[in-house]
Ligand binder design. Structure first.
Ligand SMILES: [Zn+2]
Length: 411
């Protein structure tokens, strides 16, 4: 068995489930930290393991440019290269091509683009994006799609959606023909030492993190799972059509793409709701590129199973910290003499050890440790938030908001 998804409990529209991948199990709803260049900026792999991260996201576009797909493939694939024996998801490269390249040229065949590093010309097609993702060897890979810009005319959104549907079929055809070329397909078993999640204290009302099960040995018949992506801009009817036709092509999981591209948040929610009702209940649903702590709770309650965003790590590097009492900009002078913990309700290794005054000093002094500690707290806050959401779903309780997730336990 290469890939499986089980729904284990529901509360309203929300579901608690489990993804079973060739590199271990992932409890859902899950927030996936982004490791753009085979690294989550500011947090080493052993820290990510201690935080209970079960799946990471890698960016195909960035890895294709540096260090190159062939180099990663020769080194045994992304898992072995970065010494990460748990699950990985890679995007198709499409989103970065669209967001980082003003000079791109889209044709039926694919996208010509220039490297943001040195201006050199490159070409991605559904076939080459699949070849790249098979070479990297993530457990879950994504069909090559066009992320429609916002705002866009109705005609433009339809044409873009039709192109994504044709590219989805080409992605699947190439994947089915080449899926056994994944770098770990013929390994006897995992050879990367992997620790169990540590003893970091958690949000008090929660059970401690369930130790991730050792990954099953990857065997010759283990393959990646290719997910389809629903597009259709901000038009609910096109979203429905895109969902139905993507399901006809047939994938083990479905992503909602083309959101968080500058539209108001109320519209994002409306489109998520309009799309989700047309997705199969027994397959994982992945909302790409969201969001704030409030949003990841909100989308989990709507029935989203997977989310990813650079926000917790990027904000951390800018001194913006998410806490149970709201956002804290640690650079502010008001924290210079504050001996309290960053977040009194957070049990992460940063909050149990360091004061706001020290974190403010590190940031003001431009110490590397500021970025490390801020990243650990923000990731921990996101992961604990999702852990609490899963716990509530398991108890059959509807979660309504972030503040409810982090409210003090009943006396
Ligand atoms: Zn913390």
């Amino acid at each position: 068995m290469s890939f499986e998804f089980r729904v284990e409990a529901t509360a309203g529209c929300a579901r608690k489930g489990r993804l079973i991948t060739p590199h271990g199990e992932v409890e859902t709803p899950v927030f996936m930290p982004v490791g753009t260049l085979a690294s989550v900026k500011g947090a080493s792999q052993d820290i990510l393991e201690d935080l209970g991260v079960q799946i990471l996201l890698g960016n195909t576009y960035h890895l294709y440019l540096r260090p190159g797909i062939e180099q990663v493939r020769k080194l045994g694939g992304l898992h072995r290269f970065m010494s990460w024996n748990r699950a990985i998801l890679t995007d198709s490269g499409g989103f970065q091509v669209f967001s980082l390249n003003d000079l791109r040229k889209v044709t039926e065949e694919g996208v010509m683009f220039r490297s943001h590093l040195d201006g050199s010309s490159h070409f991605f097609s559904p076939e080459s994006a699949m070849e790249a993702q098979i070479g990297l060897g993530a457990d879950i890979i994504m069909a090559f799609d066009e992320c429609t810009e916002h705002p866009a005319s109705g005609e433009r959104v339809r044409q873009s959606m039709e192109l994504t549907l044709r590219w989805a079929e080409r992605s699947k055809r190439y994947f089915e023909a080449h899926k056994h070329e994944v770098p770990w397909a013929n390994h006897a078993g995992p050879d990367i030492p992997s620790r169990q999640p540590g003893e970091a204290r958690r949000l008090a009302k929660l059970p401690s993190a369930e130790p991730a099960r050792r990954p099953a040995p990857t065997s010759a018949d283990a393959t990646q799972a290719l997910f389809g992506i629903v597009q259709g801009g901000m038009d609910p009817a096109l979203r429905q059509e895109s969902a139905q036709r993507t399901i006809e092509t047939g994938f083990p999981g479905y992503a909602i793409g083309g959101l968080s591209v500058g539209e108001p948040r109320a519209l994002t929610r409306e489109i998520v709701e309009a799309t989700i009702q047309h997705l199969p209940a027994d397959k994982p649903r992945y909302l790409m590129g969201v969001g704030t702590p409030e949003e990841i709770v909100e989308y989990a309650t709507l029935g989203i199973d997977m989310m990813d965003c650079v926000l917790p790590t990027r904000a951390a590097r800018h001194g913006l910290l998410f806490t149970s009492e709201g956002k804290v900009s640690i650079k502010q002078a008001r924290y210079a003499g504050d001996q309290g913990p960053l977040d009194p309700r957070c049990g992460c290794r940063v909050c149990v050890r360091y004061s706001r005054a020290y974190l403010r000093h590190l940031y003001a002094s431009n110490e590397v440790l500021a970025q490390v500690l801020n990243t650990i707290h923000n990731l921990s806050f996101y992961l604990d938030t999702m852990r609490a959401v899963r716990h509530s779903i398991e108890l059959g309780e509807k979660v309504r908001s972030l503040s409810e997730v982090w409210s003090p336990p009943e006396p």
